[in-house]
Design a protein around this ligand. Structure first.
Ligand SMILES: O=C1O[C@H](COP(=O)(O)O)[C@@H](O)[C@H](O)[C@H]1O
Length: 228
């Protein structure tokens, strides 16, 4: 794992977009199709907007979220909404969205409905994750009801419903097996609070206490991007 510091957030977002674009272009060249997972939340908007302007053959790129809140896409809390407003425009407007939301009664029913389309887009060529100050990543929250199953590297599940005190609404998340299998992994963090959380995560080994550790210790190329 390596940590790349940037002078400011604008440089961080632009730098990550450039790196991800290069990795997607290499995957397209190799295989004719590429897959990308991106985080939701408050941090990645400028990165996603920068990526939307990159000249790539977006029609051959499958894009999914690392996790979604179980709210309608019209909600301010919807990660799908963020994705549509930031990435799915400009040159990337024709990318193929692999949904992590379904208009059904429960997150469990959504997982059942969505899993086969997600599975068809795996393994991920590029996966960008966020991290909370509580060291959650995707919707893998410390203390969550199904965290143990989602952290199991041998699980057959690719998507899992998740409920946790710190999560607000129920969630749907990619499992650790899927995240760790990505060819290129990036963690995007900004600000002092997250810098301290990263230091705490790097100082221990227990995945359930700090789920982001499962990603930081992946056997693949892992880069943490940081700016104040
Ligand atoms: O709830 C979520 O939180 C994390 C971190 O979000 P941020 O607002 O602190 O940037 C995010 O990576 C995840 O995708 C999202 O659903």
């Amino acid at each position: 794992m390596r940590v790349v510091p940037y002078p400011d957030r604008a440089a961080e977002m632009a730098g990550l977009a450039e790196t991800v674009a290069r990795e997607l272009a290499a995957a397209l060249e190799d295989k004719g199709r590429a897959s990308l997972a991106v985080p939701g939340g408050t941090t990645p908007g400028p990165f996603l907007t920068a990526l939307s302007g990159v000249d790539l053959d977006w029609a051959r790129i499958d894009v999914m979220l690392t996790d979604e809140r179980f709210v309608p896409p019209t909600s301010e809390r919807s990660n799908t909404r963020l994705l549509k407003e930031t990435l799915f425009r400009d040159r990337a407007a024709c990318a193929a969205l692999v949904p992590l939301f379904a208009d059904v009664e429960t997150p469990e029913a959504a997982v059942a409905e969505l899993s086969s389309d997600v599975s068809a887009a795996l393994p991920l060529d590029v996966c960008v994750l966020g991290m909370g100050a509580d060291m959650h990543t995707a919707s893998l929250f410390p203390g969550a009801d199904r965290l143990k199953e989602a952290l199991d590297p041998e699980t057959d599940a690719i998507l899992m419903s998740m409920r946790a005190d710190g999560a607000g609404e129920p969630r749907i998340t990619l499992t650790v097996r899927v995240l760790r299998a990505a060819a290129n992994l990036h963690v995007l963090i900004a600000g002092e609070e997250k810098k301290h959380a990263l230091e705490r995560a790097m100082a221990g080994t227990d995945w359930s206490e700090a789920p982001v550790r499962a990603v930081l210790s992946a056997p693949t190329s892992v880069t943490v991007h940081y700016a104040d």
